[in-house]
Design a protein around this ligand. Sequence first.
Ligand code: ZN
Length: 331
Amino acid sequence: MPFSIVNSERTIQCPICGKYISRQPYQKKGLVWEGTDLSKYTIYRCSYCDVVFSDPIENAIKTYSEDTGGAGKRFDFYLQQGMRPKYLHFGHKQFLRRGKVYGKTLLDVGCGLGSFLYAAKERYTVTGIDCNKRQIEISRKCYNLTDVHPLTIEQFIQDYHQRRFDVVTFFETLEHISNPNEFIISVKKALNPKGYIGISVPNVDQADFYFPPMGPPGHVTGWSVRSLRNFLELNGFQIKKIVVKKYPTHELGEWFIWRLPIENIKQQILSEERLSLFDKLKILLMEVFEKILRVGLPILLWPLVIIGGSFLKGPQIFCIAQLKSSADTHI
Ligand SMILES: [Zn+2]
């Protein structure tokens, strides 16, 4: 059943649980939504299921499928140098670290450049899909992935309707999708009975002063532990594990790097037609500098790292859930 947000003067329908809530914009003292023009979007928080959502709510996938910018250029450079960078973030590491294997076959939805699939290949037969063609091309070249396709989950289940997987993962994807209920129905169609899902999403309740949470048009929904749990249980999953990333004070270096113009300078150099030897040297030196900051700052400020990490809400939520057997028959 497709949900649509029915606007009325006083109430608005929650895109997740379908209940009507009062049109009281979600406001929190000092909260800034990164990248959001609040004259175009209003942000609400459902008082029933706790999900945060934007009105209007539009799929951000189109933006991502057309973006061939930064990440692509950077990987072109790595490809030329014969490098195969390991970009694994919190959700990926949580999934792989658990030691437990959730079956034999894995589909990663929104696989991006493929670094997670490359790492997961040791334990699973991997398949990946991403709406961004360029990233799929890079994942083939850079990580030698063969079963990767430039498709959305809806297109994939249509084109490969006989294929089922033991695990479907979607890291940092759910928050971009305007209709999470339809999305999760498609995910279920790609799952074996009692199959697992592995997810990570940004935590909408993270401590504010680290990075501001992202709002629409990039992130059209915002998730807390409560809303993610509600959403998955409503859709026939049983939560097996849900973890909030610790406040990443050990990433102080990252926080600092983000505030320096390093990335802009790199992008400027990489946008040149031909890179001179000096340009390549500059990029490599900047990467070494970033590494020194990443490692050095947390070591210097370790007391802050330990105290901050135990008190503050971190920026991401990771979850493993299993499809209940009674929910298998819905399709
Ligand atoms: Zn709701």
